[in-house]
Structure formats: structure tokens, C-alpha cells
Design a protein around this ligand. Structure first.
Ligand code: SF4
Length: 481
């Protein structure tokens, strides 16, 4: 299969002309103002376009230029731009921006080296501003460009910075200005991070689809449903209110699970918006920790369960909101957020006690019908399940004690469904927020779907949705009949 970048980008330029225009491009076209493009670009990081559009409009109404921005306090800016992602940090950057621009006579500079000296401006933002605000050749490699270029095999890189370097050497200059806008629109519309729409993609016949799990076409999904195959997804969202601002509800619609099990929701139901409680087509069940902003699990289900069990009948664990079980006619779904052994292994004993109680609980259920246990187990079972096993022996999540329990759990008659289909290394579901670990591929596989061995023939497929962003974990998936 030959891959002609000129032909591909020309085809996609035509294709995305009917798509929604990325917000930063829109602001550039409408205002032709580098200051507004810079501010909107800063706001747009880790934020949905609609949210960026509304926040930018509110801010520009009060501060049309650098002088206007200098008259606003950090608290006023934070209030105007809320709820963009990391709005407090962004408010702090924007408060400092007018003073930083003094070094450039109050104007937005038009070169990358100068731009990256401004608060809150990294290479990606700088490249985008140079391209969009000034029409100068630069390559802005955001998550879509990095991801899609790797899917095409046009680059083979781990980080956006590596991708940028290779594209600077390889991509014909005539594409530099437009490649970001084309691939952002294409990445939001067709080649999505979650289940790309390969079935309707205009370049499908030329795309090698490297590392891609395409969505099931609506027809195939319907066929699987008719055959009784259910799609279960488990995801540690690391704060459901935080992830709501990053497009959680849209991601759920896109993933289209029959059951979605969440861990670490860090909220009580009364703190949640109706958008979260009532996602169309689902019933939701919540088991929060007594302590506010801590732990907690939830399950969304298309089908109404026969019973819902909150906890495992032991107060010291149940008050941390760690287990939520839904019973259906022919299986139990047990959603678990295992404790973290914690720094200095201060909670290792607590965790091992929890693990023992949980195993008794699931064994009792398995005597009655199939059991699907999913969640954040907070342990990498084997050396293959994390990038740096040698450096992590005796660290929380990889201690001999935690791993020994996992051995015992598996020996008790449960299957790690992912390993049934994927035996190789470099499959991870959690990455530290520090040191750019996710971009560098330094991760751990600590999120699992396990099924009792007697029900093995009900397991149809299992995977990790590594490209789904929004949390320091990504979702894991099980197709179950
Ligand atoms: S075929 Fe699929 S993976 Fe390839 S570009 Fe199209 S949507 Fe993306």
C-alpha cells in the first residue's frame, strides 16, 4: 500500500471543508487579531471547542486587547473563563501575559522562540499562533496530528515533539500551514481517538490503520447486540466533575457501552449535574465515599439490573465507596476501586485485608452465576504489565504482597481477559501525570476485566482504549455474551 501525503491531505482538505471549523481557526478568520488567537489558543488546551468559544467570547467582551486584559484581576479572569480545563492555571498565565508582552512592545511576537517565553505558551501553542495568526510556516503538532501521523505510519514516534521534528524534515513545506487545521477537524469528526469511523473514512483504502481499534459500524454494532454481545467498559476517571469538563458525556456516547463502570469519581451524587446523572439511555448507580472528594464508584447501565449491592458488608471498606455490584439475570457485574497501598506502603495492610474480603465476596457470587469483576486493581500483576518493573519493586502497586494476592486471585478461578487476547508488552492503562509519562509510553496496566473461569466462553474480546483522554487512566473494554 503506497501512502501519498499530497493526495491524502488534498483529499482530507476537501473532506473537512464541510466539518465544524476548529475554534482557534474561526477566531483567526473572524478577528485577524494575533492577541485573540494567542489567548484563545491558551484557553483551548484540554478543552472542548464549544467551551473555548464561550469562554473566549466572555473574556473578549471584557478585555478586547492587551490593555483590557491588564485591567482584570486573576480572580476576574478565572471567573470569565471557567469551566475551561485548568482554568486557574490559565487565569494565572493570562494575568501575567500583558507584562510579558512588554518585552515585545506590547505586541504578540511572530516567531516560536519568542512566543515560548510567554506564560502558558509551549511549542504547540507557539506553532499554532505562528501558523494561524501570522500565516507563517510552522507545524503545530497537537494530539490529533501526532496520533494520526502515527496511524498512517508517516512517522513512528512517541511524543508530539518527536513528531514535529520529523515532520519538519519530511513534510513538504506547502502543507505546514494547513496540516494542523485539517487533522484537528478530521480527528474530531472521523478519525476520532475513540473508535475512529474507518467504515465511513474517505481514505480508508490507503490507511494502514496502525494501532487502531476502529468503531464497529452502526450496522455491525446492531448485529453484535442482536447476537447478545454486550460491551462493558471500565474507567478510572480520576474525578467525574473534572472529566465532565473534558467532554465525558460525549465520550460515553461515542464509546456506546452497554455497561460503563467508573472508579474514583470523587463526588457525591448531589454534587453532580443532571447531565451526568441522566445520560440518555442509561440508568446510573452511585456508591460514594463518606469523605467528600475521595474514592467512590459508579455504574451506568442500559439494562435495568435485578439488584444493586452497595459495598461488601464491611464498614471500613464500604465507607470508602469501593465496590458496586449489579446483578442481572445471568451474571454479576462487580465494579471495584481497589485501595492504593500508598506512599511508604502505609495502607498495604488495609489493601490486603480489602483484597481478601473482596475475594470471599466474588467467590460467593461465582457460586450462583457468571461474575465479571472490573476496575482499577491498583496493581500491575506481572513485570510485563509496567514499563519499568525493576525500578518499582516494593513500590505501591508492584509490591510482592500485592502481586502475590493477584496470583492467588487468578488461581482461585478468574481470568485476566485482556491477556487472553494480547500476550505482548507495552499495554498500559495508567500513566503518571508527571514527566510526560503518557507521551513517552511509560505506563502501568492496573485496570482489568476479570471473569470467572467457568464463564470463559462468554468472553468475546478485550482491549485497552489507550487513546481516550481525560484521566490519567484510559478505559478498558470487554465484549461479553
Ligand atoms: S481509516 Fe480509520 S484510522 Fe485510518 S485515517 Fe481513516 S478513520 Fe483514521
Amino acid at each position: 500500500m503506497t501512502f501519498h501525503i499530497d493526495f491524502i491531505l488534498k483529499t482530507l482538505e476537501k473532506e473537512v471543508s464541510g466539518y465544524a471549523v476548529p475554534i482557534v481557526d474561526l477566531i483567526a478568520v473572524q478577528t485577524k487579531d494575533p492577541f485573540k488567537v494567542l489567548v484563545a489558543t491558551i484557553l483551548s488546551a484540554r478543552t472542548k471547542d464549544e467551551t473555548t468559544a464561550r469562554a473566549s467570547a466572555r473574556l473578549f467582551k471584557k478585555a478586547d486587547d492587551v490593555d483590557g486584559l491588564s485591567r482584570l484581576s486573576e480572580a476576574e479572569i478565572a471567573k470569565l473563563i471557567y469551566p475551561v480545563g485548568f482554568y486557574k492555571n490559565k487565569a494565572r498565565y493570562l494575568t501575567k501575559l500583558p507584562e510579558a508582552l512588554q518585552a515585545f512592545s506590547g505586541e504578540v511576537p511572530d516567531d516560536i522562540d519568542s512566543l515560548v517565553t510567554l506564560p502558558g505558551v509551549g511549542r504547540k501553542t507557539a506553532n499554532l499562533v505562528v501558523c494561524i495568526a501570522f500565516g507563517k510556516p510552522a507545524i503545530c503538532v497537537d494530539t490529533h496530528v501526532h496520533r494520526i501521523m502515527n496511524i498512517w505510519g508517516y512517522v513512528d514516534t512517541k511524543t508530539p515533539l518527536q513528531t514535529e521534528k520529523i515532520l519538519r524534515a519530511k513534510l513538504p513545506t506547502k502543507h505546514w500551514l494547513r496540516v494542523n487545521s485539517i487533522l484537528v477537524a478530521f480527528g474530531q469528526g472521523t478519525c476520532r481517538p475513540v473508535g475512529p469511523h474507518c467504515d465511513s473514512c474517505v481514505i480508508q483504502e490507503y490507511c494502514p490503520q496502525i494501532g487502531v481499534t476502529p468503531r464497529k459500524s452502526p450496522q455491525a454494532r446492531q448485529k453484535a447486540r442482536s447476537a447478545g454481545i454486550k460491551k462493558f467498559i471500565s474507567w478510572n476517571v480520576n474525578g467525574i466533575r473534572a472529566i465532565e469538563k473534558k467532554g465525558f458525556v460525549e465520550i460515553v456516547r461515542e464509546m456506546d457501552p452497554d455497561i460503563l463502570a467508573l472508579q474514583e469519581i470523587k463526588a457525591q451524587p448531589e454534587q453532580l449535574s443532571q447531565n451526568l446523572i441522566n445520560i440518555d439511555g442509561y440508568q446510573s448507580f452511585w456508591h460514594s465515599a463518606v469523605r467528600k472528594g475521595y474514592s467512590g464508584v459508579a455504574v451506568y447501565s442500559r439494562e435495568e439490573p435485578l439488584h444493586v449491592y452497595y459495598g461488601i458488608d464491611q464498614k471500613e471498606f464500604d465507607e470508602e465507596g469501593r465496590v458496586l455490584t449489579l446483578e442481572f439475570a445471568d451474571f454479576f457485574l462487580v465494579n471495584v476501586y481497589f485501595p492504593n497501598a500508598a506512599y511508604g506502603l502505609k495502607r498495604l495492610d488495609y489493601k490486603l485485608n480489602f483484597n481478601r474480603r473482596l475475594l470471599d465476596f466474588t467467590n460467593d457470587l461465582a457460586d450462583k452465576k457468571s461474575v465479571v469483576i472490573c476496575g482499577d486493581f491498583n496493581v500491575a500483576h506481572k513485570a510485563i504489565d509496567l514499563k519499568n518493573p525493576k525500578n518499582n519493586i516494593n513500590n505501591p502497586g508492584f509490591t510482592p504482597e500485592e502481586r502475590a494476592w493477584m496470583d492467588k486471585f487468578i488461581e482461585s478461578g478468574y481470568l485476566d481477559t485482556f491477556r487472553k487476547f494480547h500476550s505482548g508488552p507495552n499495554h498500559y492503562s495508567w500513566w503518571s501525570y508527571r514527566f510526560n509519562a503518557r507521551a513517552k509510553g511509560i505506563g502501568w496496566r492496573i485496570d482489568y476485566f476479570c471473569v470467572d473461569k467457568k464463564s470463559e466462553d462468554r468472553i468475546k474480546s478485550a482491549a485497552i482504549l489507550k487513546d481516550v483522554m481525560g484521566s490519567d487512566h484510559c478505559p478498558v473494554i470487554l465484549d461479553f455474551k
